[in-house]
Design a binder for this molecule. Structure first.
Ligand code: SF4
Ligand code: SF4
Length: 431
């Protein structure tokens, strides 16, 4: 599953570094590239992207052409005014493109790089094809790797399986070994689903203690049951359940979400347990996407990831044929902004449609969110998860709300303490 729709992440900022200025990414937009479209070499139960082949009428055998690739790289570099351009390669499974194709990526980037500009690449992979040759190449070209891994063997293999249902953990571990042999930095991307959510410490300790991972992205698995056909916000109004009712939880026959989605309360318990462990043992040593941004936002800084930001719309996606979409999670015909062949990327990124998409995150919040004490840490989370109604019947509440609330009820005072500590490192006793 590709759930890495976060803007480029920076480390937990210190008060000194910030000094009133927002991070440079505020002035930029980011595009996730899907050179294989939905093509993948495994078949995770919960993948939200495999069905795109049918939805977008893709030709399975055709990957991103050299022409589309060059046009994308040229326009993307051209449209950025900052000194850093971040390319993210995702899928499907981007390593299926092969190393010769990635040689072209690097060559085109060199060709269009502007003086003084820094080009960075990250690759989101399931790790199955990563061997010594790949690892040496990734190291040589300074690619940052995001590895999809759901925890120790049994938890990982529960959903992350091949097309014939075979486990993948052992092969992922071979990939990890190759990355380590070649000292390629890698992050873990964990999809928190109905199974591993019940084992927060097992997941977290496995990643940090056994694999030695120091950056983790936890992404809640939330999939509307109709996600394969129906674009977010196009749900039938009369089918939207009230938060806390049985249809607003996974496992029910009429549930709004798939069985493998994480239960909202379980999500809260997962976050609280991991947060406690992180604060007690790993603060400053391990970065967890949701905790880093929570600390930053508590300090009054901008969100570091889109899901907890006030607005979205700065993380677009490009499909293999050059089609541009509002977001990685909105790759549906209804959210197609155009194609690189006949519209400028920079124009699509700041088009009225995209602006409306981005501002919609704040402007469509239900009253419960507007009155919520945690609004500035949450901002209603991702709009694609706003699947339920508030208790008084207003649509547009986030499915995960009960868990998010529980997490911030618990963590907000501790976050405030960490914020004070970062601003005044001499006050260690605050925690
Ligand atoms: S819809 Fe917005 S919050 Fe959700 S993943 Fe996309 S950019 Fe992020
Ligand atoms: S915790 Fe719930 S009510 Fe509060 S802002 Fe987030 S989604 Fe809205």
């Amino acid at each position: 599953m590709k759930h890495s729709t976060t803007l480029p992440v920076t480390a937990l900022p210190s008060a000194e570094k910030y000094q009133g200025k927002g991070p440079a990414y505020q002035r930029r937009f980011h595009v996730m590239a899907k050179p294989t479209g939905s093509r993948c070499n495994i078949d995770c139960t919960y993948c939200f992207y495999l069905h795109k082949e049918h939805l977008l009428h893709q030709n399975r055998r055709e990957d991103m052409s050299d022409e589309v690739l060059e046009n994308f790289i040229r326009q993307y570099i051209d449209s950025q005014d900052g000194d850093q351009v971040v390319f993210s390669w995702q899928g499907g499974e981007p390593t299926l493109m092969g190393l010769a194709w990635f040689d072209k990526v690097v060559a085109f980037q060199k060709k269009y790089q502007k003086p003084g500009q820094r080009i960075e690449n990250d690759l989101q992979t399931n790790g199955l094809l990563i061997n010594d040759e790949w690892a040496a190449w990734l190291k040589a070209h300074h690619f940052l790797v995001g590895l999809s891994i759901d925890g120790p063997e049994q938890l990982h293999d529960h959903h992350r399986v091949t097309r014939s249902g075979k486990p993948t953990f052992a092969r992922v571990m071979e990939g990890v070994a190759a990355l380590k042999r070649h000292q390629v930095p890698f992050n873990a991307l964990v999809t928190v689903n109905n199974t591993n959510a019940r084992f927060p410490l097992e997941v977290y300790r496995f990643l940090t203690r056994e694999l030695g991972v120091t950056y983790i992205q936890f992404n809640p698995c939330v999939e509307a049951r109709e996600f394969q056909q129906t674009a977010p916000q196009f749900w039938q109004d009369d089918s939207i359940p009230v938060t806390g009712t049985r249809r607003a939880k996974p496992g029910d026959l009429d549930s709004i979400v798939t069985d493998w989605s994480v239960d909202p309360e379980e999500w809260g318990r997962f976050l609280i347990t991991v947060f406690e462990e992180w604060v007690n043992n790993d603060l400053g040593r391990v970065q967890v996407n949701l905790f880093e941004t929570a600390v930053a936002q508590t300090m009054g800084m901008p969100a570091q990831i889109c899901v907890t930001a006030e607005f979205c719309g700065k993380g677009l996606a490009i499909e293999k044929n050059g089609d541009i979409f509002s977001c990685d999670h909105y790759v549906y015909p209804e959210y197609r902004l155009g194609n690189l062949a006949d519209a400028r990327l920079a124009h699509m990124a700041i088009s009225e449609r995209q602006k409306a998409f981005g501002f919609g995150k704040r402007d469509t919040l239900p009253g419960d969110c507007k009155r919520c004490p945690h609004l500035k840490l949450c901002w209603g989370e991702c709009p694609k998860n706003r699947l339920v109604r508030t208790k008084d019947g207003e649509a547009g509440l986030n499915y995960l709300c009960p868990g998010i609330k529980a997490f911030f009820d618990y963590s907000a005072p501790i976050l405030a303490g960490i914020a004070v500590l970062l601003k005044h490192p001499d006050q260690e006793k605050v925690l």
